[in-house]
Design a protein around this ligand. Structure first.
Ligand code: ATP
Ligand code: MG
Length: 151
């Protein structure tokens, strides 16, 4: 299996509910590597661009309004099969249908305010990671170098 990089977003509902630490804990406990992390308040233009595939859908304007309502935490996650593994951790879109133990099942509030975003394919992951992060923003973590260093 190939190492992949996927985009995760902690959405404004989860940031406002002080769930950033809880979500980052689940990511790290699952063995996904945090390759990049930044907080940002999305502009309307940026949110509309990011969710361009959903333009025209009945929930689009409300989604843009929600996604710009407060800061988000943007993450690039790396690991074997990272795209599918992060989707698995998140659970399905609607928290009412998401199993307990998934982030949306445990922490989501509604089909819109569902705590997290994750890229839905390897191809989209690459586009979405580059939408928010340049190559220089992505860190390669070498634990051996860390433990060999210093005293
Ligand atoms: P995401 O893209 O955020 O990871 P997803 O891939 O599970 O979620 P999409 O179908 O891509 O779901 O929808 C994008 C987002 O739009 C959802 O996460 C949710 O916030 C919102 N959304 C989707 N469907 C609805 C709906 N029927 N009503 C309101 N909001 C919706
Ligand atoms: Mg989606």
């Amino acid at each position: 299996m190939a190492k992949e990089t996927t985009l995760a977003i902690v959405k404004p509902d989860a940031v406002a509910s002080k769930l950033v630490g809880e979500i980052l804990s689940r990511i790290e406990a699952a063995g996904l590597e945090i390759a990049a992390l930044r907080m940002e308040r999305l502009s309307h233009a940026r949110a509309r661009n990011f969710y361009y595939v959903h333009r025209g859908k009945p929930f689009f304007e409300s989604l843009v309004d929600f996604m710009t309502s407060g800061p988000v935490v943007l993450l690039a996650l790396r690991g074997e099969n990272a795209v599918a593994r992060w989707r698995q951790l998140m659970g399905p879109t609607d928290p009412r249908k998401a199993p307990k133990g998934t982030i949306r099942g445990d922490l989501g509030t509604s089909i819109e305010k569902n705590a997290v975003h994750g890229s839905d394919s390897v191809e989209n992951a690459s586009t979405e990671v580059h939408f928010f992060f340049g190559g220089a923003d992505l860190f390669e973590i070498d634990p051996e170098e860390v433990w060999r260093s210093g005293s």
